[in-house]
Design a protein around this ligand. Structure first.
Ligand code: DQA
Length: 151
């Protein structure tokens, strides 16, 4: 049995600008509103959430590393790092629980460089194009995956 029913939600670079940034792709919900939705759902489901947003690759890596042993699983939107960060792949691969990667926008219908999704190789499940709701669906998937891997 893992030590707690905490899950970790990680947002990568520029996601602090949700609500005003490229609203045609990301909608008008702000990151604070998103966090409120995540925390409300988690508390109804009996979980607590560690939420981290950073624009810095190394900080994201550190957050993933420190989730091991204290968090049941990770929901992550690595944002632009999704397309090229080997450091994040390595950290997610070393993490000792399930990982669900989320993209708010329909990454496959956008510029071709967004089709290259490297960090997703280290994820157990992947959601793209469901908008902000994708995070909430990702949480449900994470709970199921965490239950399967709990001993
Ligand atoms: C994103 C898609 C990425 O290509 C982009 O760099 C982002 C957000 C998404 O949520 O759709 O910052 O991860």
């Amino acid at each position: 049995m893992k030590p707690s029913r905490t899950i970790t939600v990680i947002n990568g670079p520029n996601l602090s600008q949700l609500g005003s940034r490229e609203t045609e792709h990301y909608g008008t919900t702000t990151q604070d509103e998103l966090l409120e939705m995540i925390e409300k759902k988690a508390s109804m489901d009996g979980f607590t959430v560690d939420f981290i947003q950073s624009d810095v690759e190394g900080e994201l890596v550190r957050s993933i590393n420190s989730a091991s042993g204290s968090s049941l699983g990770i929901v992550i939107n690595p944002a632009a790092y999704s397309h090229y960060s080997i450091a994040i792949i390595d950290a997610l691969t070393a993490f000792d629980g399930p990982v669900v990667e989320v993209h708010i926008s329909r990454v496959f219908s956008r510029e071709s460089f967004r089709n290259n999704l490297v960090t997703a190789k280290a994820a157990d499940a992947f959601i793209a194009g469901a908008g902000i709701r994708g995070y909430l669906h990702a949480m449900d998937i994470l709970y199921e995956l965490a239950e399967k891997t709990e001993v």
